[in-house]
Design a protein around this ligand. Structure first.
Ligand SMILES: *Cc1c(COP(=O)(O)O)cnc(C)c1O
Length: 379
């Protein structure tokens, strides 16, 4: 079945008792047992809940995976799978990854003796050079934030196979609609479902998707042991979001391309990063890997003063963290998502104080362009 069909039918017809088309929200903590030593398959909602399980099974089908696990947030998902590692283990992580990811690694898991080397995302040789005897896994994002750099995914799959490492991919920016890393050789996919999958800027949720049974068993154990699970209401909202993912992403991507092309021609804009532009340095690499170029772009203006002016003048586009929802949102990475980095690291990652990141929603592109045009107009 095509991906759009799998998405639209997420959770459909999975309630044999009533035939409900929309998966019911099983707002229950516990389940009665039919007899001593028996179970309906559900005992206690931390271990498993029917609404959450429907979401997990739907996502596993959508990703072509062995199984999927739903968590209270993207970072709850990551915290849980970091429990696969032990004191002394070493990870190689793409530099400039999501700020919450590096904060969790450097300020929490480092205290438990898990060490990390950060390497430039596009430099495969640097990943190879960072491997040590105690290296267990590579963690990358399918597209980096905010400059939208793309790793050489296939080279990293070859590297992880050669050295018997696990490859974890945070695929939040591309979603399974455009890219399914497990089909390309990754071992585990992470999603902040708070972004495109739920898609309406109204839910915080995370997912882990696993290719093989052995690793799935270990993640299932950790999900129950750690207990950072997604509640049934938010599982339902995420399922509801999945149904329209294909439509939303097509509209959001079309808007991203329109706005990127327009920004590129604007005299006040000094640079535009969007892999969907044919002359973007990441266009070909992403096109080889994924069926879409995403709906996030970043752009620069000449000086930091203009950033404040632009934010103050925008009327339609809210100035807010997050991305992937039906409403466009704009952020200033240097003072928001990447504020915890040292200035020289921000410079290396292209996160200058003149850079803005725009997540495109499903509004009419002409309205978005009109809002940006009035905000960028010279006095
Ligand atoms: C938002 C985000 C996360 C964290 O997810 P939460 O749901 O906010 O915990 C992780 N990775 C990426 C790429 C993100 O954008």
């Amino acid at each position: 079945m095509h991906i759009a069909t799998r998405l639209a039918h997420a959770g459909l017809g999975e309630d044999p008792r009533t035939g409900a088309i929309s998966t019911p929200i099983y707002q229950t903590a516990t389940f009665a047992h039919p007899a001593l030593g028996e179970s309906t398959g559900f005992d206690y909602s931390r271990s498993s809940n029917p609404t959450r399980l429907t979401l997990e099974e739907s996502v596993a089908r959508i990703e072509g995976a062995h199984s999927a696990y739903a968590f209270a947030s993207g970072l709850a998902a990551l915290s849980t799978v970091l429990g696969l590692f032990s004191q002394g283990d070493h990870l190689i992580v793409a530099e400039g990854c999501y700020g919450g990811t590096s904060r969790l690694l450097d300020q929490v898991f480092a205290r438990f003796g898990i060490t990390v080397s950060y390497v430039p995302v596009m430099d495969t040789a640097a990943f190879a050079a960072a491997i040590r005897p105690e290296t267990r896994a590579i963690l990358i994002e399918s597209v980096s934030n905010p400059c939208l750099w793309v790793p050489d995914f296939r080279a990293l799959v070859a590297l992880k196979t050669e050295h018997d490492l696990l490859l974890f991919v945070d695929n939040t920016f591309l979603t399974p609609y455009w890219f399914r890393p497990l089909e390309e050789g990754a071992d585990l996919v992470l999603h902040s479902a708070s972004k495109y999958l739920a898609g309406h800027n109204d839910t915080i949720a995370g997912l882990v998707v696993v290719r093989d049974a052995e690793l799935a068993g270990r993640v299932a154990f950790l999900q129950n042991a750690v207990g950072a699970v997604l509640g049934p209401q938010d599982a339902w909202l995420t399922l509801r979001g999945l149904k329209t993912l294909a439509l939303r992403l097509e509209a959001q991507q079309a808007n991203a391309l329109r706005v990127a092309q327009w920004l590129k021609e604007h005299p006040a804009v000094t640079a535009v990063h969007y892999p969907g532009l044919p002359d973007d340095p990441n266009h070909v690499r992403l096109g080889d890997l994924a069926s879409g170029h995403g709906a996030i772009l970043s752009f620069s203006v000449a000086d930091a003063e203009q950033v404040g002016q632009l934010i103050a003048r925008l009327r339609l586009i809210p100035y807010a963290e997050s991305l992937g929802g039906v409403e466009s949102l704009i952020t200033v990475p240097a003072i928001q998502t990447h504020a915890n980095l040292a200035p020289e690291e921000r410079e290396r990652l292209g996160v200058r104080d003149t850079l803005l990141r725009l997540s495109l929603g499903i509004e009419d592109a002409t309205d978005l362009i009109a809002d940006l045009a009035q905000a960028l107009a010279a006095d």
